[in-house]
Ligand binder design. Structure first.
Ligand code: SF4
Length: 387
C-alpha cells in the first residue's frame, strides 16, 4: 500500500561542538567517518528497502546532523548512490515528487560538494548561519564567518539550488537588537526561500549551560529578547516570509514538507546513530554511540529500540502540541480520527480558557494559536498537558 512517509539520515560528525548545542553530534571523530558511512548504507539497504516495498518511495528525504556537509566527497557520493539505489532515484525527480534536503555548515561546503549533491537529486539545502556577526559567531562556537555564509549561498545558487533555507538565532550573548536587525536585513538580501529562527535555549550538558552556572554568560535581558522576538515576527512577514510554524518562515510554496510531516503525524524512518523513527504508530530510537552503531551494522544487527509506548494521554498531548505549532493548527477531525474521541471531550475547558485569553482561535474546525499564542506558546502547551 502506497502511503506518505519520510526518511531521515543522521550524520553525527561536527568539526567543533557549538557552545549551545545538545544535538547528538560529536567533534574529533573523523576516524569513524568511513566506517560510519558504510554502516549507514547497510542500514539504509535493509530498512529502506523494507519500507519502500511497504509504502513506496518516501515523499521527503532529510539528511541532518551533526554536519552532513562535513563528509568528504567520496563518502558523500557513496551515501547518495546508496540512497538513489534503494529508492530507484535518477536524480531528476521533480521537487513536487521528492523533497530532498541536506543540512550544511557554511564552513564545510565548496562548489564541488554542492554540485555533487545537486547531481544526485538533492533539491533543498539548509544552512546553519545563526548570525553574520563574526564576533558573535566565535562567541557561540561556530566554525565559519558571516562572509562564508554569504559565499555558501552564492555557491548554492551556482550549483543550481532553487530552494535554500537558512537558520538564524537570537538572544545570543551580548547580542543587541541592532545586531539582530542587521542579521535579518543581511539574510533577506540573500533571498533564501525559507528561514528558521531559534531563540537561544540553555540546555543541560552544553558549554553555555556550564558557563551560565559559573556566572560567565552575559545574555540579553528578558525585555530585549522579547523585543527581538517582536522584531523578527514582524520583519519577516513584511518581507514576504509567511510564518507557517512557530520557528519557521517561508516564501509561498517553500514550506519544509519534511518538517511539516513531523508535525502532522506522518510516519518516518530514521537511519544512523541516534536517529529516531515513527513507524506504524510506534516510536523507536537508535543508540547514540557511533562505534557501537558501526559494530552492530557490521554484524548484521540493529541498534534500534522501541521507546516506551507513550500512554494515551501523552500521545494526545504530543498530537496537540505538534499540530498547534503550525499555522494549519489542530484539526478536530484529525484528532477524532487518531483517538476515536472528540477534542471537545478531552480539552473543552482548556480550549475555552485559551480562547478567552486570546491565545487560541478557531476556523473551519481547526484550532490555531493567535499571534499572541505563538509568542506565549509555552503557556498554551502547558495548558494542554493531561498528565
Ligand atoms: S554544527 Fe550544528 S550539530 Fe554541530 S555542534 Fe554546531 S549546532 Fe550542533
Amino acid at each position: 500500500m502506497k502511503r506518505q512517509w519520510g526518511l531521515y539520515l543522521h550524520i553525527p560528525f561536527c568539526r567543533q561542538k557549538c557552545f549551545y548545542c545538545d544535538f547528538p553530534s560529536f567533534a574529533g571523530r573523523e576516524r569513524y567517518e568511513a566506517d560510519y558511512t558504510d554502516a549507514l548504507c547497510r542500514e539504509l539497504l535493509e530498512q529502506g528497502v523494507l519500507y519502500r516495498e511497504k509504502w513506496g518511495r518516501p515523499a521527503t528525504i532529510y539528511m541532518g546532523g551533526g554536519t552532513p556537509s562535513i563528509l568528504p566527497v567520496a563518502l558523500m557520493e557513496h551515501l547518495l548512490q546508496t540512497v538513489c539505489r534503494v529508492f530507484a532515484l535518477t536524480g531528476d525527480e521533480d521537487s513536487s515528487e521528492l523533497e530532498f534536503t541536506v543540512e550544511c555548515n557554511p564552513g564545510t561546503v565548496d562548489a564541488e560538494k554542492l554540485t555533487l549533491l545537486r547531481s544526485y537529486g538533492v533539491n533543498r539545502l539548509s544552512f546553519g548561519v545563526q548570525t553574520f556577526d563574526d564576533g558573535l559567531l566565535r562567541a557561540i562556537g561556530r566554525i565559519h564567518t558571516g562572509q562564508q555564509a554569504k559565499e555558501a549561498m552564492q555557491l548554492a545558487r551556482e550549483a543550481g539550488f532553487r530552494n535554500v533555507s537558512m537558520d538564524l538565532m537570537y538572544g545570543l550573548p551580548h547580542e543587541s537588537l541592532a545586531v539582530l536587525r542587521h542579521d535579518l536585513e543581511t539574510m533577506i538580501a540573500l533571498k533564501p526561500e525559507h528561514i528558521s529562527i531559534y531563540g537561544l535555549q540553555l540546555e543541560e550538558g552544553t558549554a553555555f549551560y556550564r558557563m551560565k552556572e559559573l556566572g560567565r554568560l552575559a545574555l540579553p535581558d528578558e525585555e530585549t529578547v522579547e523585543q527581538m522576538y517582536d522584531l523578527m515576527t514582524s520583519f519577516l512577514p513584511a518581507h514576504g516570509y509567511a510564518r507557517y510554524e512557530i520557528s519557521n518562515f517561508a516564501r509561498p510554496g517553500y514550506e519544509s514538507r519534511h518538517n511539516l510531516s513531523y508535525w502532522q503525524d506522518v510516519p518516518y524512518l530514521g537511519v544512523g546513530a541516534a536517529a529516531h523513527s515513527y513507524l506504524e504508530g510506534r516510536r523507536y530510537a537508535n543508540g547514540v554511540d557511533i562505534p557501537a552503531y558501526i559494530r552492530a551494522m557490521q554484524a548484521g544487527g540493529s541498534v534500534r529500540e522501541e521507546e516506551e509506548p507513550a500512554d494515551r494521554a501523552i500521545a494526545m498531548e504530543e498530537f496537540a502540541f505538534l499540530a498547534l505549532r503550525t499555522s494549519q493548527g489542530l484539526s478536530r477531525e484529525a484528532f477524532f480520527k487518531r483517538f476515536a474521541v472528540s477534542l471537545e471531550r478531552i480539552y473543552s475547558k482548556t480550549i475555552h480558557e485559551m480562547k478567552q485569553k486570546g491565545l487560541l482561535e478557531e476556523q473551519d474546525g481547526c484550532l490555531r494559536l493567535t499571534p499572541l499564542g505563538m509568542k506565549y506558546g509555552n503557556l498554551v502547551f502547558e495548558a494542554f498537558l493531561l498528565t
